[in-house]
Write a protein that binds this ligand. Structure first.
Ligand code: SF4
Length: 294
């Protein structure tokens, strides 16, 4: 798909969501930078400019932002901060990349606003501190897909923080040579199940369209499912994680690798060697160097 076609597709998504929000009575959205449409002349496909040896888009860390005054503002500010910082750093020589990033960021902001106002799951709404949308690069080649926020994530408004998040960071940095800012991290559910119980089937059904639209907007090439709930939900199967591992699956044309959830690895450190095998499948599939493991 050319950049101009993708821009039009994302614009359609944004318009549809704006109309949906308006119908739902939402009249105000988080402030976002204006999208400058490309000139009538077709823009150069940005991806073609990237050498094959650097398949993961790398962007610098976001600049500091004004202190948010509420958890929900904090959640929105983090996403906006990353995207805006990345947009600023992108050279004016890359207008197509700039437009694409802004369009994806705006499409995600619309979905995030819907999530923040969602009241579909009574028990989760009663118990949540805030919704936990997702974090990372809107143009990531790789998404990490987990289960649901835990207590730390519910407090922070960001997926995979706390001990499990630290382990995921280690897998990224030490195992893959990547940072959180280079990938995108999201969960099946956007609200914490009380007591960290498993998501109920009806909750997954309510929340499915949110993660599907996040993935449709980001268009990653790879998804790494962390744990049984994420893998079985995405692949719509009841097969156990142990049998889903070790191969590449397909989700709407996106390559999917399944591994254990970091929280499981904290409880079962001996399974880390199995996760390393899965990460190697991912690295090889992405054409990234496989570091020697000490
Ligand atoms: S878990 Fe998802 S569907 Fe349920 S209330 Fe939260 S955002 Fe809405």
């Amino acid at each position: 798909m050319s950049t101009s076609e993708e821009t039009q597709r994302l614009q359609r998504i944004v318009l549809q969501r704006l109309e949906s929000l308006q119908r739902a009575g939402v009249l105000q959205l988080p402030k976002a930078a204006a999208i400058e449409l490309p000139a009538a002349e077709p823009v150069q496909e940005a991806a073609a400019q990237q050498p094959a040896s650097h398949p993961v888009a790398t962007h610098p860390a976001p600049p500091p932002v004004a202190e948010p005054t509420s958890p929900r503002q904090h959640e929105t500010a983090k996403s906006a901060s990353l995207a805006e910082g990345t947009v600023e750093k992108l050279s004016a020589k890359k207008p197509a990349q700039n437009v694409r990033l802004a369009a994806r960021r705006d499409a995600l902001a619309v979905i995030q606003q819907e999530v923040a106002g969602c009241t579909m799951c009574d028990e989760l709404v009663e118990n949540r501190t805030q919704t936990v949308f997702g974090v990372g690069n809107p143009q990531a080649r790789l998404c990490f897909f987990g289960e649901a926020p835990g207590a730390d994530e519910d407090r922070a408004g960001e997926p995979f923080v706390g001990r499990a998040g630290k382990l995921l960071n280690d897998i990224l940095s030490k195992g893959m040579g990547l940072t959180r800012e280079e990938v995108y991290i999201l969960n099946v559910l956007k609200c914490r199940p009380p007591g960290n119980r498993n998501p109920a089937p009806d909750e997954v059904g309510h929340c499915r369209h949110f993660f599907e639209r996040q993935l449709e907007t980001i268009q990653p090439e790879f998804i790494c499912c962390l744990g049984a709930i994420a893998a079985q939900t995405l692949l719509e199967t009841t097969t156990a994680v142990g049998r889903l591992r070790g191969q590449i699956h397909d989700y709407k044309g996106i390559k999917v690798v399944v591994t254990y959830h970091p929280a499981y690895l904290l409880r079962n450190p001996s399974a880390k060697s199995e996760t390393w095998k899965d990460i190697k499948i991912l690295l090889e599939g992405m054409g990234l160097p496989v570091p020697k493991r000490s």
